[in-house]
Design a protein around this ligand. Structure first.
Ligand code: F0G
Length: 354
């Protein structure tokens, strides 16, 4: 357990459903950097562009914020085991926090559609991993059914567990604490639609507490091949390179639509090509390596800025939900080849064209 830095549950204790009866638990989640990205902002025509680097959480994604609360509450309630469906990050986080809490962890995943790093994280942490022949939506139906079976008591830690969204809303608090206000626009990828809902809750709570005067417009972005909210109906066979958000029937659909409408925001689609371009430009302009799904918000802001929809001078925060190291296969598709050379300085100079 990390002791030198304040845990997420301690930092935002007064806003979280935790009490003295809740076991303390932390792997060092939260307090992630909000980074100004002026070079990318110039490229996009959005000088006030910032990114919230959630890939710096302990298991490399924002999921740790909600998982620490969900697992602590499961422990408080006497649970022995946790279960989730996942496109990868939830399972990596559940496995880590489950291990730290001494709980058995079971994860159910869509076969063949999980980025390598995420799968390895769950397995190394000792989770029992089951791959099913279906997509995330089918896997979520399976774990909901399993969690309802009283013969095998197990706590469901997907974002339908309300403690997950409670923990995740702390990212909105941090954005406001760092900016001294809410951004004008909060741009975020949308998959199962929990995170956009959690951020909206966080901003509203901070305003109710008198800590910020204004709320941001919530801009959510789905991948074009997995855009049920944009289309207005579930997608039976969602398909995108952004496997983390390859979801056709989001559990928090209604909450995301409410966040969009109450904030005067929008939920739109971005293509895989737009996602990958934003992912690569972020790394090359700013040195920040996010996972492809994470770049959906950036891709959306670029597209809408080109369409003239970003007001001049707007402070825009894009949430980078996960770390690029999780998905080496997509990285390989955008990189230049390594240059081979002999062992001498002259031979290295030759390949460098010096
Ligand atoms: N970005 C990343 C990297 C994700 O892993 C997810 C969701 C999202 C964005 C979308 O967030 O679902 O709250 O709208 N991943 C889940 C998982 C589904 O199983 O890891 P959301």
């Amino acid at each position: 357990m990390s002791v030198a830095r304040q845990s997420l549950m301690d930092r935002y204790r007064r806003y979280l459903p935790v009490s003295d009866a809740t076991p303390s638990l932390t792997l060092g989640e939260g307090s992630t950097p909000l980074v100004a990205v002026p070079r990318l902002g110039k490229r996009f025509g959005v000088p006030g562009l910032h990114v919230k680097v959630e890939g710096q959480n302990p298991t490399g994604s924002f999921k740790d914020r909600g998982m620490v609360v969900a697992v602590a509450k499961a422990l408080e309630g006497g649970a022995r085991a946790i279960i989730c469906a996942s496109t990868g990050n939830t399972s990596a986080s559940a496995a880590a926090y489950g291990a730290a809490a001494g709980l058995e962890t079971i994860v159910v995943l869509p076969a063949g559609k999980i980025a390598t790093g995420k799968l390895l994280q769950a397995l190394v942490a000792g989770a029992r991993v089951v791959a099913v022949q279906g997509n995330f939506d089918a896997a979520l139906r399976v774990v909901r059914e399993l969690a309802a079976d009283e013969r095998h008591p197990v706590t469901l830690v997907n974002s339908v567990n309300p403690f997950r969204l409670e923990g995740q809303k702390t990212a909105a608090f941090e954005v406001c604490d760092d900016l001294g206000r809410a951004p004008d626009i909060l741009a975020i990828p949308v998959g199962n639609a929990g995170n956009i809902s959690a951020y909206w809750n966080g901003f509203r709570e901070y305003r109710a507490a008198g800590l910020i005067p204004d709320l941001p417009a919530m801009w959510g972005f789905q991948a074009a091949g997995a855009a049920p909210i944009v289309l207005g109906h579930p997608v039976a066979e969602p398909d995108t390179i952004a496997t983390a958000i390859r979801i056709g029937d989001p559990a928090s659909w209604d909450k995301a639509v409410a966040a969009r409408d109450e904030s005067g925001g929008r939920i739109e689609a971005v293509t895989d090509a737009e996602i990958v371009a934003a992912y690569r430009d972020l790394a090359r302009d700013e040195g920040i390596f996010c996972e492809p799904s994470s770049a959906a918000g950036l891709a959306g802001v670029r597209k809408l800025a080109e369409a003239g929809a970003v007001p001049a001078g707007a402070i825009v925060v894009c949430v980078l939900t996960g770390n690029g190291l999780k998905d080496p296969a997509t990285a390989e598709s955008v990189i230049d080849a390594v240059m081979d050379a002999g062992i001498s300085a002259a031979e290295v100079q030759e390949v460098l064209g010096w």
